[in-house]
Design a binder for this molecule. Structure first.
Ligand SMILES: Cc1cc2nc3c(=O)[nH]c(=O)nc-3n(C[C@H](O)[C@H](O)[C@H](O)COP(=O)(O)OP(=O)(O)OC[C@H]3O[C@@H](n4cnc5c(N)ncnc54)[C@H](O)[C@@H]3O)c2cc1C
Length: 441
């Protein structure tokens, strides 16, 4: 069997390694235009900051691929003939496949604002984006970041670390207002304030204004302001990269449409990771998932199917983590930005504004439904078990120390959290927290 994988991101590489393990004799070719070897996309910012070098964000040594008989081709796949089972490459070569996986990832949304194609205006998704940003932000004084999601705050952090004065334009009335409840957004706002990032809420980009050399010199906002900027980062989201799928006549919508085995509309052609869209997502699941963890999970799942062990993709428990400057964030289960009438939402905050725990639980059964923690680290497996089992909130709080990731290095807040919970919900009062490590589900 010759498996051809387009894209050497986390999805493509996880699939390749899974198939290699399950089918030692398979021929596997990984094609990618962006880089010769796989690297960690979420770590790109640390290369810009100078904390890591490019070779440090490659999880595998360069000899690894040959040793595992994974053929690497650095080229763009420009055409797909599903009837003949071939892929055309930018080098002129044609690759024949028995099975094909499209793991083509996402592309940054650029928008259509006047001036969006000026020099000094860019997205931040790829290795060339990193190189361009490094070059174009060298020695500048002011920058504007458009968009207030995870990549927006990342860009602000990167620029601020280089001494650039940053203004963020955010459409919502608070940071990441479509995802985070107000208390969480306020903690992140504090980080932005501490790092002297100016944020214009309820404000969008109107136009990008050029200087005499065709480079951006300022942005005009919908609030009528003109903000000087020698560089503008567009962080208004990413969209699935559909170019090859469309060239091959595959059915697409927002993403490449796949069934639960991650198979596309064409026989022997699969799609996974950022570029894929589930035709029938399960209850509470989203059709297009653009996360590192889900890319890895989908890559592993489709790897089993491609190796002859069909495995349907199930998203399972929602989990995500990120870092906002110095503040770590984890979320498990479902924590909507606005309260759900069927649930209580208990929110504890440390008076220093640097630690927060939110616990959502059902009003009827008291079963926990979601957790947000900021400035605290919790254990994935413990929360997975609690949420899967629908453990009642008082029982979770009585055992909260068991979820604390590295208690020996961090101050303990469990007693204070329980005290506040008991004051707010006396009818569900929790006994004093048990000692750490005694938890049993
Ligand atoms: C700056 C940044 C920070 C992020 N931080 C986080 C984070 O902290 N946590 C998190 O969960 N997620 C994060 N993400 C998202 C995460 O990186 C993606 O979800 C993940 O990389 C998707 O993996 P993938 O393998 O599906 O696609 P990608 O990593 O996008 O890889 C796809 C590859 O396919 C190549 N390709 C596409 N088309 C072709 C073609 N026709 N021919 C040849 N090659 C092609 C592309 O060039 C690319 O190299 C971040 C993303 C960015 C941009």
């Amino acid at each position: 069997m010759h498996l051809v994988i387009i894209g050497n991101g986390i999805t493509g590489v996880t699939c390749a390694l899974t198939v290699r393990r399950l089918q030692p004799a398979a021929r596997i070719t990984l094609v990618s235009a962006e880089s010769a070897h796989h690297f960690s996309r979420p770590a790109l910012m640390y290369v810009y900051l100078g904390h890591l070098r490019y070779q440090d964000i490659k999880p595998y040594e360069d000899w690894f691929w040959q040793e595992n008989r994974l053929e690497l081709v650095q080229a763009a796949a420009t055409g797909l003939d599903a009837a003949r089972q071939t892929v055309q490459l930018s080098t002129g070569a044609v690759l024949a496949y028995d099975k094909l996986l499209l793991a083509t990832g996402s592309v940054g949304r650029r928008g259509t604002w006047p001036g969006h194609d000026l020099a000094g205006v860019q997205t931040f998704v790829t290795l060339p984006d990193l190189e361009q940003m490094t070059r174009d932000t060298h020695g500048i004084r002011q920058a504007v970041v458009v968009g207030g999601g995870l990549i927006g705050v990342e860009l602000a952090e990167m620029l601020a670390a280089k001494g650039v004065a940053v203004t963020m334009l955010v459409r919502d009335d608070r940071y990441w207002g479509s995802v985070l409840p107000p208390e969480e957004a306020a903690l992140i706002q504090r980080q932005l304030d501490d790092h002297h990032i100016t944020v214009r809420y309820r404000t969008e980009l109107q136009a990008l204004l050029p200087d005499a050399h065709g480079r951006v010199r300022a942005v005009q906002t919908t609030a009528g302001e003109e903000l000087p900027a020698q560089w503008v980062g567009l962080a208004v989201g990413v969209v699935p990269n559909l170019a090859l799928a469309r060239a091959g006549g595959l059915e697409t919508d927002q993403g490449i449409l796949v069934d639960e085995l991650l198979q596309t509309s064409q026989p022997h052609v699969y799609a996974a990771g950022d570029c894929a869209q589930q035709r029938a997502p399960g209850p509470g699941e989203v059709a297009v998932e653009q996360l590192w963890y889900t890319g890895r999970h989908q890559g592993e799942t489709v790897g089993h199917t491609l190796a002859g062990q069909p495995r349907p993709y199930r998203r399972g428990l929602w989990f995500n983590s990120a870092k906002f400057f110095d503040l770590e964030y984890q979320t498990y289960g479902r924590v909507p930005a606005r309260p759900d009438a069927r649930e209580h939402s208990f929110c504890w905050q440390h008076p220093n504004g640097r630690h927060l725990l939110r616990l959502n639980f059902r009003r009827d059964s008291l079963a926990v439904t979601g957790l947000n923690v900021l400035g605290l680290r919790h254990r994935h497996d413990t929360w997975h078990q609690w949420l899967q089992a629908g453990t009642p909130a008082p029982q979770v709080l009585a055992n909260l120390g068991a979820a604390n990731f590295d208690p020996e290095f961090f101050r303990q807040h469990e007693a204070d959290i329980v005290r506040q919970f008991n004051a707010q919900f006396p009818e569900h009062a929790v006994p004093r927290p048990r000692r750490r490590g005694l938890f049993r589900v």
